[in-house]
Design a protein around this ligand. Structure first.
Ligand code: ADP
Ligand code: ZN
Length: 737
């Protein structure tokens, strides 16, 4: 059998047009039989890296995951794409598990998810003895390391898989791995030769914003209203906070449920399910919420209170926008939260632990008070070099700035730092400069310094901003301990001596609204009304099938439908997320909604630009079997003639022509069409059944019509349809050369 092309599989099975960064390399590596270690951020698209090879390989792909709650969703999503997948874990009754393992052994199953505990279950070893395993994927691979944050002793048993199936490549995947954890994974799994893939942890589609914590509840309401229709998580500090906030939101007409570790298991599961199924749009939660959910379309993550660490913050915000669509992360920052956390930290008994907690909090505070790109700061913190001057997608980069001559004010600030002995934090320096009467200023005699009270034209906030700007310009340094005392750097002294002019860029002084994310970033201007109708349909279809809505189609798919307004199966098939199985199952109902809406709102279909895939290029390549058929057909031979000449079945020739049409080649099919009356009847049959299925149409027309004939008309209709769309003025692509 011909090895399926991985680009083909991406579209036909998963419905996607393009691979994400690294996916191709990773897939090719395991298909070549090599082990791989994959580090990708949440939402990077790790699952596809083993799901797609699983379809290319002969035997079974075994996926180990500790997240039992996720297995069902993953398997549902695979099945919706027609992939034979199943899971066995503690929630599956023994008898059922036996049946699933039998399926797996027989080769009917392509992908089997197991929890690591399964390896110790009696009988599983026999199963492994008889199964034909061709790929082993270890998800959340950091669980194998005691250095990670989520050590699971059962993961240590996984190396038996390597011993059991020495020829099956092992793929370890994780979103969290320091060099230490990475080494541990490779060592523990005994995959020293594994190729390591480290993706960028930059989540370009996430907008990072920090808001001052003033009238925060009103601001939260507004945010949630702006994101109505999407899902949101609001992280809070305490269990009580989550309950109070959910109730308050409810009073304002926003449906929200609380989630924290103090609620009983069934209540938590229920909340999680309702969130995943779009039955409740908002969850107010402690950090206990999130591990077990893989919801790709969370559009907003709010931190209503200051998180304790940047690690936690990045992980929590990482749950937004896994589907790569623009999503927002907002942190409310105020001094009271900082004090509350400081209070907790002071109660930590162990000194090293307490010091570590201080350090983490300081980083969190620095992030919150940043006047430079937040993304650059985050990536730098996680050890990645970010070399862009501006990300264009955080509140700092999105805020308009103005340059100003800072020469004089900088001299004053630096002098004050030096005169007070470089032993004080920003608050004290600002006090001195503004001539404040704080007890400490007076007690230290700082009111007698020449720098006392020399700044009158800047308020406190402005001075704090200037201190930060000087820090970013490298003229001032903040100590790393909890006091954050300021000192002047050698560069700062140089500046004082040299008396060169200094220009800094500060936030433009206008009370601006919340910054809007930069448009153009994977951003379609789709029709909102149509999108809502499609969303309703998706919700109904998902409920009927008892799966989460995103299993039917992701938001990206609906957005494309609401933008391109496809009106035929052929154009529908080009929508992202529409693979072969979903085309058959869902095209009818979605097209009906789109057509109805288009008609009543005067919406015209737009042609989606098709990427020239390798497969499509191949079709027209000199000497390819499709090309031979094409040349003969263009040379005037009939399908029957070509079939005879090439000694291939007429059905094969017809399928070549269909592939060529799908690849945008225009063919003179008219000469093969049946007589006008027959043609009309066939056309009508396709229209009334609203189906691409030849059997359905033939069922309507009767045996007098042949499959070959119907197939030809279908191909011709596709081609006609494409022309009409192009003629409506939306040609998006040059004709094939
Ligand atoms: P991770 O496990 O790395 O957090 P997932 O595997 O859950 O990420 O993928 C996140 C989302 O991206 C899923 O909805 C998945 O279907 C989607 N996805 C993965 N690869 C692609 C791709 N090549 N094109 C479009 N969407 C993709
Ligand atoms: Zn930025």
């Amino acid at each position: 059998m011909r090895k399926p092309d991985i680009h083909d599989l991406l579209k036909t099975r998963f419905g996607y047009d393009e691979f994400r960064p690294l996916q191709v390399d990773i897939i090719q590596t395991v298909l070549a039989g090599r082990d791989a270690l994959v580090l990708m951020p949440t939402g990077g698209g790790k699952s596809l890296c083993y799901q797609l090879p699983a379809l290319c390989l002969e035997g079974l792909t075994l996926v180990v995951s500790p997240l039992i709650a996720l297995m069902k969703d993953q398997v549902d999503a695979l099945r919706a794409n027609g992939v034979a997948a199943a899971f066995v874990n503690s929630t599956v009754p023994a008898s059922e598990a036996r049946g699933i393992l039998a399926e797996a052994r027989s080769g009917r199953l392509k992908i089997l998810y197991i929890a690591p505990e399964r390896l110790a279950v009696p009988g599983f070893s026999e199963f492994l003895g008889s199964a034909n395993v061709s790929l082993i994927a270890i998800d959340e691979a950091h669980c194998i390391s005691e250095w990670g944050h989520d050590f699971r002793p059962d993961y240590r048993n996984l190396r038996v898989l390597r011993e059991r199936f020495p020829n099956a490549p092992v793929m370890a995947l994780t979103a969290t791995a320091t060099a230490q954890v990475r080494d541990d994974i490779v060592g523990q799994l005994a995959i020293p030769e594994a190729r390591q893939f480290v993706a960028s942890f930059d989540r370009k589609n996430l907008t990072y914003t920090v808001r001052p914590k003033r009238r925060a509840f009103d601001a939260l309401l507004e945010l949630l209203r702006q994101h109505a229709g999407g899902s949101a998580i609001v992280y809070c500090l305490s269990r009580q906070n989550t309950e109070d906030l959910a109730a308050d939101l409810g009073d304002e007409g926003i449906r929200a449920l609380p989630y924290h570790a103090g609620l009983d298991a069934s209540r938590r599961r229920d909340t999680q399910d309702r969130f995943i199924r779009d039955e409740v749009p908002v969850v107010t939660a402690t950090i206990a919420f999130g591990m077990g959910i893989d919801k790709p379309d969370v559009r907003l993550i709010v931190h209503y209170h200051l998180p304790k660490t940047l690690e936690g913050y990045y992980q929590e915000t990482g749950r937004a926008g896994r589907d790569d669509l623009p999503s927002t992360c907002v942190l409310f920052y105020g001094a009271s939260d900082r004090h509350a956390l400081s209070g907790f930290i002071e109660q930590i008994e162990d000194e090293t632990e307490r010091e570590r907690a201080w350090q983490k909090l300081r980083q969190m505070v620095r992030y919150s008070e940043l006047h430079t790109c937040r993304r650059a700061f985050l990536l730098d913190y996680f050890g990645e070099v970010y070399d862009q001057a501006t990300c264009g997608n955080c509140d700092v980069c999105l805020t308009e700035r103005e340059e100003f001559d800072a020469t004089e004010i900088a001299q004053k600030v630096l002098s004050a730092i030096i005169r007070t002995g470089e032993r004080f934090g920003a608050a004290h320096i600002v006090q001195v400069l503004r001539g404040g009467r704080a007890r400490r200023v007076l007690a230290l005699g700082h009111d007698r310094l020449s720098v006392y009270g020399i700044v009158r034209d800047h308020d406190r906030a402005e001075l704090h901003e200037i201190v930060s700007l000087l820090e970013n310009a490298g003229l001032v340094r903040r100590s790393a301990d909890q006091y954050q005392t300021l000192a002047v750097t050698p560069g700062g002294r140089e500046f004082l001596r040299g008396r060169e002019p200094l220009t800094l860029a500060r936030v433009k002084r206008v009370e601006a609204d919340a910054p809007q994310p930069r448009p153009g970033l994977d951003h379609l201007d789709f029709d909102r009304g149509l999108f809502e109708q499609l969303r309703d349909l998706r919700f109904r279809l998902a409920q009927a099938r008892n799966v989460p809505p995103y299993v039917v189609f992701g938001d990206r798919s609906l957005q494309e439908m609401a933008h391109y307004a496809p009106q035929s199966c052929e154009s529908f098939s080009h929508i992202s997320g529409v693979g072969r199985v979903k085309l058959d199952e869902f095209a009818g109902e979605f097209l009906e909604v789109i057509r109805g809406y288009a008609e009543s709102h005067g919406l015209v279909e737009r042609r989606k630009p098709q990427r020239e895939t390798r497969r499509r290029r191949n079709l027209r390549r000199e000497g390819s079997t499709h090309r031979q058929t094409l040349d003969l057909f263009l040379g005037g031979l009939s399908i029957a003639d070509i079939s005879r000449r090439r000694r291939l079945a007429a059905a094969t020739i017809m399928s070549h022509l269909e592939d060529l049409i799908a690849a945008d080649v225009t063919l003179p099919l008219e000469r093969e069409l049946p007589a006008p009356e027959r043609l009309t009847r066939i056309r009508e049959a396709f229209a009334t059944t609203n189906s691409r299925s030849l059997a359905t149409v033939r069922g309507l027309l009767g045996d007098d019509y042949s499959y070959d004939e119907l197939r030809l008309v279908r191909a011709w209709l596709d081609q006609q349809h494409r022309r009409n769309v192009d003629a409506s003025g939306h040609t998006a692509e040059a004709p094939p050369s």
